[in-house]
Design a protein around this ligand. Structure first.
Ligand code: IMP
Ligand code: MG
Length: 178
């Protein structure tokens, strides 16, 4: 039987997320000043976060996306990350801020960071809404973190569980998750 939405426990409300994203955007804007960073959202999970963060950072930032997929089962990364649609020609000599909703083992961020560096970016930083630091398997960290979180499986605000819950405005935890 499919889990019902009533089995979700809210962890971060839409209002809490909005306040934090506004603050993260201000930090990023202050860091870059007159420079023009490219915000690089990792699809699909950071579509909502990147859109909100982009508005919080504001002009003259640019916005780009890359699609990342890691093979494996639904909740455990297999460690192999496949990237598609990276606009590599945009990044030469430019500062890039990689945006992801959640940093878990770090494999996705490491793969995107390496690809962006290879494309000639002048500076590569990362902003994540949620950081599961206890789960890290590769040496990466984010320069701006919304919330440090425990090792739980989160859904909503772009994060899915088997394709579900991405459209929720809040971040929740699936109860009785197996
Ligand atoms: P990493 O490569 O292990 O750091 O995982 C990053 C990616 O795994 C994220 O971009 C998500 O797509 C997915 N992921 C990791 N943890 C969660 C979670 O708690 N809920 C939903 N997706 C997650
Ligand atoms: Mg997913």
């Amino acid at each position: 039987m499919e889990p019902a939405e009533t089995e979700l426990r809210c962890e971060f409300t839409a209002e809490t997320i909005a306040d934090r994203v506004t603050a993260l955007g201000a930090c990023i804007r202050a860091h870059y000043g007159e420079r023009r960073p490219t915000l690089l959202g990792i699809l699909k999970g950071s579509a909502l976060f990147s859109a909100d963060l982009a508005r919080a950072v504001g002009e003259p930032a640019e916005l780009s996306f890359v699609h990342a997929r890691s093979y494996g089962d639904r909740t455990v990364s297999s460690g192999r990350v496949q990237l598609a649609g990276l606009e590599a020609e945009l990044f030469a000599g430019r500062p890039v801020v990689i945006c992801d909703t959640i940093l878990d083992t770090g494999r996705t961020l490491a793969a995107v960071r390496d690809a962006v560096s290879k494309a000639g970016a002048s500076e590569v930083t990362a902003c994540v809404l949620l950081d599961k630091a206890s789960r890290r398997e590769v040496a990466v960290s984010a320069d701006w973190v919304g919330f440090d979180v425990q090792d739980q499986f989160f859904v909503g605000y772009g994060l899915d569980h088997g394709g579900r819950y991405r459209t929720l405005g809040y971040v929740g935890v699936v109860k009785h998750h197996v």
